[in-house]
Design a protein around this ligand. Sequence first.
Ligand code: PLP
Length: 430
Amino acid sequence: MYYKSLQHKAPKVSFKEAVIRGIAPDKGLYFPESITPLPPSFFENITSLSNESIALEVIQQFIGNDIPIEELKKIVSETLSFDFPTVKIEESIYALELFHGPTMAFKDVGARFMARCLSYFNRNQKNKVTVLVATSGDTGGAVADGFLGVKGVDVVILYPSGKVSDIQEKQLTTLGQNITALEVDGVFDDCQDMVKQAFLDVELQSQQLTSANSINVARWLPQMFYFFFAYKQLKSIGKEIVFSVPSGNFGNICAGMMASRLGLPVAHFIGATNSNDTVPRFMKSGIYKQMASIQTISNAMDVGNPSNFVRIRHLFNSDLQLLQKWFSSFSFSDQETKEAMKKLMREHTYLADPHGAVGYLGLKEYMKTNTDYLGVFLETAHPIKFIDVVKETTLCQPEVPPQISKVMDGKKSTIRIADYGDLKNFLQSR
Ligand SMILES: *Cc1c(COP(=O)(O)O)cnc(C)c1O
């Protein structure tokens, strides 16, 4: 299997090289050169297959010969060490809960898979790979946990001081071992800029720096798995499924679309956003105009220029009408999101986090006029991760799960940095 750059000005590469590079030399995102649908028998028998067997079947063609099958089996099974339940909310509406992993956000799946691939690729090398990542919250925690103790890989996380929640900060800063947290005097954009500068710095080229954000194919593609797991659980209801995905960088929903290219029966995809409405505006006008990101209560989706949307456009040959047939996108305000959280609690005794609530709103909007489907929205984070707004809005206090209480007792350890010079010094002094 080869991956091409969506800028079309870089050579094709194998899975291994795409993972290590992250982004192509022409700054394009990598995309599989071909997608071969799975056989009908796979879908006929899916209810009798384990999650591991499903995932292995789904991912195999995208890895090619770069990882031997026995090794890949191990990677998949370690990645999927938790549950992916669908929960009935109301007639014909289900939540697919993706928050039962170690950091309680769906990013655990991609981070765990990528960490194990990278560790395999680096198994014989003396030099360590350093994963450098900027985070506004959830990504850092999932990456830190996913890579913890993974041999041959050091992780350096930059986060804006005082701008992540207490839980998120603990998840980043208490693990130790091969994980270092750099606490930046600044905002998320400053962290992001420093990371970008480090990747371009010729004096750091000997450091084997790599990224772990959602443009990396090893983080993006395993997100296909749980669309199949949802189908497996809901197939017997016998209705066509529509998925609503709360979206920021649009990596998760794009993985769902890849699943449907593999033959998963999905009638329609809904990309639900907060006030960062670049994609909903595009779907109306056909004009893509990025915006400066706006801060909202569903902050993991505060993205003004969604990096994975080029992959979605590529999947539909940049044909707007074709895309509109399979995909809708709606934007919701914080006020609407809070109303939805209240309603879910009041009428269905379901405590949703703000991201899941946006997904629910997207589903309700679409199903107003498309009534015959089975609607599934992705609940992408546990409500405990957004405890302040959840408590204030619903007056409910979720119980603290063991994954969280464990890190809350940990001791924070960070190195404070102020500018790029500090980052470079740190990287070179190791
Ligand atoms: C990252 C994140 C999202 C957005 O996912 P994308 O793949 O960037 O669209 C949604 N919800 C939560 C809780 C997240 O952490």
